[in-house]
Design a protein around this ligand. Sequence first.
Ligand SMILES: Nc1nc2c(ncn2[C@@H]2O[C@H](COP(=O)(O)OP(=O)(O)O)[C@@H](O)[C@H]2O)c(=O)[nH]1
Ligand SMILES: [Mg+2]
Length: 373
Amino acid sequence: MFSFFKKKPVAPEAPEVQIPAPAPVRQPISSPIASPIASPVSSSVSSPVSNSVSSPAASDSYVQQALMPIEEPAQKQSWMTRLKAGLSKTSNNLSLLFVGAKIDDDLYDELEGALLMSDAGVDATEYLLDALKQKVKDDKLLDAAAVKTALKQLMVELLTPLQRPFELGRHQPMVMMIAGVNGAGKTTTIGKLAKHMQSNGQSVLLAAGDTFRAAAREQLMVWGQRNNITVISQASGDPAAVSFDAVQSGKARGLDVVMIDTAGRLPTQLHLMEELKKVQRVIGKGMDGAPHETLLVIDGNTGQNALAQVKAFDDALKLTGLVITKLDGTAKGGVLAAIARVRPVPVYFIGIGEKIEDLQPFVATEFVDALLP
Ligand SMILES: Nc1nc2c(ncn2[C@@H]2O[C@H](COP(=O)(O)OP(=O)(O)O)[C@@H](O)[C@H]2O)c(=O)[nH]1
Ligand SMILES: [Mg+2]
C-alpha cells in the first residue's frame, strides 16, 4: 500500500482506503450470500468455511483472515484500472503501433507522431526516440515487444524525477498557496486534499482567496460547512488580506495546514500575475518562510500550453509542485514528459475525476504502466 502523504502522523490507515468495515462483511457470512463472497477470495481456504459454520467465533476469525489480503490489491487495482481507462485515449495511440510491428524507420516515424500527438513536445519526443534507438542497438533488441519495454523504461527514467511524496508536518501550520488558470481544478483539488489531510489527522483551514467572484467564495464556504472545515473569507475582496488573515488564524489556532485558494488567471494577464506575487509576499509577512508550498494546478487536457503555464507561474512564484487534473479522457497525457524535460517541477498529485479518491500521488511507474499497458 503506498501512502498518500509522507510522514503521516496517523499510520498506517490511508485515507483512500474505502474497504467495507469488518462488521458488514461478517454479517453476510451467516446469510445466503455467504459463499459468493467467500469463495472468490481463495479457493484453497474457501472449503473450511462451508464446513466450519459451527462456531460464530471461528467463522469471524476466518473471514478476517481470508478477506484481508484482497483489500490492498483490490484498492490498488481500482486506481490503476481507472488510471488506465482515463489515459486510454493517450495510450491507444502509443500502444497500438507496437502490435505486430517490425523494428524499422516506419516504427520510429509512427512513434514520433504518436508522442507528438500526446503532447510530449518536440524536445521530449526527440530525446526519447534517440535514447530508444541507442538502446535498441546496444541491447540488440529484435522484436517490437522488447522495444516497447525499452520505451517504458526510458519513460520511467524520464518521469521519476517528477515524483515526490508530499510531506506533512514540516511546519505548523504548513501554508500552501494554490494557483492556476480558470477552471483548472484549483478549488476542487483543495477540497480533495483537505479531506485526504483530515483523514491523516491534520487540522485544516482554508482561505477563500478567489475574491474575484462572489460565487467562488460561496462555493468554498458551503463546501467547508458541509465538511466541517473552517473557511476564512472576506467580503472586501482583497486576496492578500484574506490570505494574511488565514495564516494568522492558522497560527493562532495551532492548526496543521492552511490552504489558500486563488482566483484563476492567465500567465499573459501580467497585472494579475503581479497580484499573485503580492499575495505570496504578504503570506510571507504572516509567517516566516511561508508559503511552504506554492502549487500550480493544471488541466491535463491543456496539452503544450500547460508547459507555458508551468514556465510562467514558476518564473513568477517559484513553484514547489504541480497538480495535474482531468487526466481522465485526455489524449494529451504525454505532457508530463514535456514538463520533465523542459521545466521539471515535481508533480505531487494527479487527478482522474471528480471524486476524492480520484486524486492520488503521482507515481512514475504507475503512470507509464497506464500509458503503455
Ligand atoms: N473530469 C475531471 N473533472 C475535474 C477534475 N478536477 C476538477 N474537475 C472539474 O473541473 C471543474 C472546475 O474545477 P474548479 O475546482 O472549480 O476549478 P478552478 O476554477 O481552478 O477552481 C469542476 O467541474 C470540477 O469538478 C478531474 O480530475 N477530472
Ligand atoms: Mg476556483
